[in-house]
Design a protein around this ligand. Structure first.
Ligand SMILES: Nc1ncnc2c1ncn2[C@@H]1O[C@H](COP(=O)(O)OP(=O)(O)OP(=O)(O)O)[C@@H](O)[C@H]1O
Length: 727
């Protein structure tokens, strides 16, 4: 503890303890606190004085505000009004060492992490209170023996409830703090062990002049305290040495004293309405009301406790220049390593998403049933006309078969029907996606149409048309089917032109689609989706992972306890960022390797620019996760908030549909969303091979940097405003 500027044994620099006079180590003056503005006060003008080096038992019925008072003393919650001083300093004041190693705090909840072993728990809390590893080993060996915990290498989560509470007590005692605040350390512990905890407290604290405040529901065990404070409805009814209280109120037990004081408070507040309690008071002996001579005797026998910091024999423990980033990072690394199933899912998710995307999205539909009614010719292999189709033939027949040969065999399964009604019925009943009808005399009419040019009659034109009816209820399938049929028709028309000795370049559609400048001639949907999938995977998986990790850290009050022990939230966040960044790098790497390597999506631009943009987005996702988890206290709320971000972002990011197709109002406003400009940028890099010289790519980087800075800022601000995660 070489970094401490003061310690429990440090002598006072000024003043000295006067015989019969003791300095107050903890002073609470007129403390007022309610959880809601204008709500019922939980602390209602409470005054309390705890003599240095004494054990102070704080007693009171459940819900009277004991825990609230203790959390205010350790600086986890602020008072609405009033003042608290611990070893002469207000909680959080410079030089107070509070929150920090000045106070060893054992909260009511377990506030330990089940994934740590007992030894690791001691190591972590020892390091953050400034102890060296050797000191921690020595001290924890002793404490484990005293607290009867024989399994230093067992996970805390695998211990019994009583053993866990003893570990929690051991953590509070670990660095021999000058002030110990213990919230019900003996609850759920058998009577023998309860007594040994009291013996431990008495032995450990007496010599070191440790001041102890302890709450318990076992009122009689508090008689071992030097002083007892009886609390009810947010105020202290009385405080004194147990024997003095018994004498003063003429009671045989502390329970009777408490009852008597409670009734007195009730009378003062509401008159004599509590008949049961009143009856009890009436049955107590005459001398129940304190007599002046008793009070005088009490005053003479007990030491005077003065609120004079200069008389204190102990000083706050302040760690100068101490950083907790290393212990917090070690803790995060241990948790991450222990959570192997979570790591497994984290690394498997991008693989699963990429592989599913590769196999499930963007492929052409296969085996669509097409109902064909061919009144022109009965097609079969042996009677097909020559290729290219010969217009000079006497009896040009079977051109309809040529068209059917042209259509994509993978995409369509051709079913023959006798008439159009039956074929259309098949579509209506979901047995086919479309109907193709060739009129009788189709081939003759088509040849005539080709030969006669401008002189062709309307009847010939009608009977040379192929009629198509499609089921257009599924836009993607129908569009792809229509496009495939139209493409086949264009190629077929060229074939007919050639056969009729016409100019094969005289196409049905007077338009020339040349080699594309970017992309492929054939429509290929995955090229459109792939960049957005990469970005979305990197962003969202990291967001959910960091959000869950940060909330898990707060589970059961573990983060609160770390903060009470002096860890700053920024140090906790820093440790999370360090460890989570490694996970994010791996997730990004896996995603890119699977998309560009195994699934073969082409990156036409610079790989470094692509990686860099993905990483900035990975950090963005991480900080969105921290931000969400800093806003909420429960996993449930945070998860729903995450979903609330996820779905709108997905719909508005251009991943599912081009931004160009959005309503103009939406399109003009959603470009600022985290994934939008970046999706455009990453598409430009991968599909067009653009670099930083392009405004699209530059805007993607600017947007990513802006969002990263925004999330860092709001996360830090929220954490700072909340200071702790208590209300
Ligand atoms: N975070 C909170 N938000 C709102 N109300 C709270 C909160 N914590 C405690 N309270 C309320 O404050 C009152 C005092 O609670 P506190 O936990 O301080 O009592 P206690 O004396 O420690 O009880 P117990 O002995 O059962 O632990 C209770 O009515 C409780 O409902």
């Amino acid at each position: 503890m070489d970094t401490q500027s003061g310690g429990p044994h440090a002598p006072a620099e000024s003043g000295a303890a006067v015989a019969g006079v003791r300095a107050a180590a903890v002073v609470v003056k007129d403390a007022r606190k309610s959880y809601t503005r204008g709500g019922t006060p939980v602390l209602n003008g409470l005054n309390m004085t705890v003599a240095e080096g004494s054990i102070y038992g704080l007693l009171g019925a459940s819900g009277c505000g004991k825990t609230t008072l203790l959390t205010c003393i350790v600086g986890r919650r602020p008072l609405d009004n009033g003042a608290i001083r611990v070893l002469g300093f207000g909680p959080g004041a410079p030089g107070s060492g509070l929150p920090g190693p000045t106070v060893g705090y054992m909260p009511q909840e377990l506030a330990l992490h089940g994934m740590f072993t007992v030894a690791e728990t001691f190591r972590y809390f020892g390091w953050i209170s400034g102890m060296t590893t050797a000191e921690i080993r020595l001290r924890s060996e002793r404490l484990l023996k005293l607290l009867d915990i024989p399994f230093p290498d067992k996970l805390v989560g695998e211990l019994s409830g009583g053993q866990q509470r003893r570990v929690s007590l051991g953590v509070a005692l670990l660095n021999k703090p000058p002030v110990l605040i213990l919230d019900e350390p003996t609850v759920g512990v058998d009577p023998t062990l309860r007594q040994s905890i009291w013996d431990l407290l008495l032995n450990e604290t007496r010599n070191a002049r440790t001041t102890v405040i302890i709450t318990t529901h076992y009122i009689e065990e508090a008689r071992q305290s030097d002083a007892v404070g009886l609390m009810r409805n947010g105020t202290l009814l009385d405080e004194d040495a147990p024997e003095a209280l018994l004498r003063r109120y003429g009671c045989a037990s502390m329970e009777d004293v408490f009852l008597k004081l409670s009734v007195r408070q009730q009378r003062e507040r509401h008159g004599t309405s509590d008949s049961h309690a009143i009856a009890l008071v009436e049955t107590t002996p005459q001398h129940a009301t304190p007599r002046p001579q008793d009070e005088q005797a009490d005053v003479q026998s007990r030491p005077v406790v003065v609120d004079d910091p200069s008389l204190l024999q102990t000083r706050p423990v302040v760690l100068a220049g101490h950083s907790n980033v290393a212990p917090c990072t070690w803790k995060m690394a241990v948790f991450t390593w222990r959570n192997k199933s979570v790591i497994g899912i984290l690394f498997a998710l991008p693989i699963i998403i990429c592989v599913l995307f590769g196999f499930a999205v963007g492929g052409d539909p296969k085996s669509l049933h097409l109902a064909v009614v061919n009144d022109d010719f009965t097609c079969c292999e042996r009677n097909l006309p020559a290729f290219p189709s010969d217009c000079e033939a006497e009896d040009p027949r079977g051109l309809s078969c040529r068209y059917l040969q042209r259509i994509n065999k993978d995409m369509f399964d051709v079913d023959d029907y006798d008439d159009v009604d039956a074929a259309q019925r098949a579509v209506r009943e979901g047995r086919a996606w479309g109907v193709i009808h060739f009129p009788s005399n189709y081939s003759h009419s088509l040849v005539a149409r080709s030969r006669e040019g401008r002189d062709v009659t309307a009847t010939t034109l009608d009977s040379s048309d192929i009629s198509v009816w499609l089921d257009m209820s599924n836009r993607q399938v129908s569009e792809l089917a229509r496009s495939a049929l139209a493409t086949a028709a264009l190629q077929y028309f060229e074939d007919v032109q050639r056969g009729c000795k016409g100019n094969p370049n005289a196409k049905a559609l007077p338009m020339q689609f040349n080699e594309p400048i970017y992309g492929k001639r054939d429509l290929y949907f995955p090229d459109f989706f792939a960049p957005a999938v990469i970005l979305s995977v990197v962003y969202n998986i990291n967001c959910i992972y960091t959000m869950s990790g940060f909330i898990d850290d707060r589970k059961d009050g573990f983060m609160e306890r770390s903060i009470s022990s002096g860890v700053r939230v920024t140090e906790i966040l820093g440790a999370h960022v360090l460890v989570d960044a490694v996970m994010m790098l791996i997730v990004t790497g896996i995603t890119l390797v699977f998309m560009c390597g195994f699934l073969g999506f082409e990156n036409n631009g610079s790989l470094w620019i692509l990686i860099f943009l993905c990483l900035i987005h990975g950090f963005c996702g991480m900080f969105q996760g921290y931000f969400i988890s800093s806003l909420f206290t429960s996993d449930f709320e945070a998860t729903f908030c995450c979903m609330g971000f996820y779905f709108p972002t997905l719909l508005l990011s251009g991943l599912m549909w081009p931004l160009e197709g959005m309503h103009p109002l939406l399109r003009n406003s959603v470009w600022l969303l985290p994934l939008n400009l970046a999706t455009t940028a990453i598409r430009s890099i991968m599909n067009r091979g653009w670099g930083l010289g392009s405004p699209d790519v530059r805007n993607g980087f600017l947007s990513a940097t802006f969002w990263l800075a925004f999330f860092v800022l709001v996360t830090l601000t929220t954490l700072r405003l909340k200071k702790s995660f208590a209300t």
